[in-house]
Design a protein around this ligand. Structure first.
Ligand SMILES: Nc1ncnc2c1ncn2[C@@H]1O[C@H](COP(=O)(O)OP(=O)(O)OP(=O)(O)O)[C@@H](O)[C@H]1O
Ligand SMILES: [Mg+2]
Length: 370
């Protein structure tokens, strides 16, 4: 798929900006704090309706303005779409597909697929479980948009169950204990769907990432990705997961009542990343960790392409300069002309020359493309 145009209105430090993409590779050049990452963030929003930098729409709107808009035109194999998001300082967003307002997010998600790779992504190896869960969830949303509603529902149930556990802890009445059973049911039902989908995507992703890692590390290293599920998903069938979920809830009930919060469920999941059977988080060298993240991203790119049947966009924010020449050229080989790629940089000479071949260069200065 190909993003032909991107229009920003009062988004971050942009006022009115139209960008027409003219090549498979676009280099976004500019000094610090000029708006390079902001531009990629706008594409991230069109693709996932989420920004990894800010959960609040207010932050996305240009200071002292009341609303912002992102419009993108996407050319796909069999059709073209216009995607638009309108943000308001007071109130809700509007999302539109081909100028028609949509009520449900899932009808918007999936119209544009993108994989973002930024220097922050080292957190996938070094950071907390939350970071890995979030990555997995965002990948799932792209592969199966319905997952976004499942996840939202799970989070809603979790919140309500936590509130209930808290009031039981404070007041200990029997009526409340009875309503807990109802929430247990719901938690298990929706939570099991989250677990099943996560287990399934990891199963598909792990061999792809392992192959990439082996290739980049010249056959010397084996990467293993393991799903550290809070509730055992083995068996894979929904009923089996539900049974395991109920059993674990039962065994942790006293703890949950004492703590006044839910300790069982996929909100406590993690992924384990091991290279040659040792933890990449604790023992991996900087270089190994970088190779690992690159492998994860390439696997993500490949999996989306396999499932969707079209190549997603690749957004490289500040990462190229951090990769050595060998890895840069491996990445370039993978991309070739297959993926529309946007690269941000502060200097054109911060990465290998072949990247510039046939590329469109956009210079950003204070929220304006020159
Ligand atoms: N809501 C907003 N309104 C106005 N300006 C904003 C808003 N949000 C962010 N900015 C401005 O955008 C700029 C940051 O842009 P961005 O993160 O895209 O920089 P960058 O070009 O990627 O820089 P770097 O090279 O440091 O990564 C900052 O100057 C910041 O003040
Ligand atoms: Mg930036």
């Amino acid at each position: 798929m190909y993003l032909t145009t991107l229009q920003l209105r009062y988004f971050r430090n942009y006022l009115e900006q139209l960008i027409e993409f003219q090549a498979q590779k676009t280099i976004i050049l500019g000094n610090n704090a000029q708006g390079k990452s902001n531009l990629l963030e706008a594409i991230e929003l069109l693709s996932s309706l989420k920004s990894h930098r800010s959960p609040k729409d207010r932050d996305l709107i240009c200071e002292a303005h009341q609303g912002a808009q992102i419009i993108g035109n996407v050319r796909r194999l069999y059709n073209e779409h216009q995607l638009a998001i309108t943000f308001r300082a007071s109130g809700r967003r509007t999302i539109e597909l081909n100028q028609e307002t949509l009520r449900r997010q899932i009808d918007f998600l999936g119209a544009l697929n993108a994989v973002q790779f930024s220097s922050n992504d080292l957190e996938l190896v070094k950071g907390s479980p939350e970071y890995r869960r979030h990555w997995l969830d965002m990948l799932l949303v792209q592969l199966e948009p319905v997952y976004s509603s499942i996840l939202q529902e799970y989070q809603k149930i979790l919140k309500q169950r936590n509130a209930l556990l808290k009031s039981i802890k404070e007041d200990k009445s029997d009526t409340l204990a009875y309503s807990l059973q109802i929430w247990d049911q719901q938690l298990v039902q929706v939570g099991s769907r989250v677990i099943r989908r996560r287990a399934r995507v990891i199963e598909r992703l792990a061999p792809l990432a392992r192959d990439w890692h082996r290739k980049i590390a010249s056959d010397k290293e084996t990467l293993e990705i393991t799903y550290l599920a809070n509730v055992d998903p083995s068996g894979g069938q929904t009923e089996e997961i539900q049974r395991a979920f109920f059993a674990r809830l039962e065994s942790r009930k006293v703890a949950e009542l004492n703590l006044g919060t839910t300790v069982v469920g996929p909100h406590r999941d993690d992924l384990e990343l091991r290279i040659n059977q040792t933890s990449a988080k604790f023992y991996g060298s900087q270089g190994q960790q970088r190779t690992l993240v690159l492998s994860l991203k390439l696997a993500e790119l490949q999996l989306i392409e396999e499932v969707i049947g079209e190549a997603p966009l690749l957004l490289l924010d500040d990462v190229l300069a951090e990769l050595d020449l060998e890895r840069q050229s491996q990445l370039l080989q993978v991309i070739q002309d297959r993926y529309q790629t946007l690269v941000t940089t502060t200097h054109l000479n911060s990465f290998a020359q072949p990247w510039l071949k046939d590329a469109q260069i956009l210079t950003v200065k204070a929220g304006k493309i020159e």
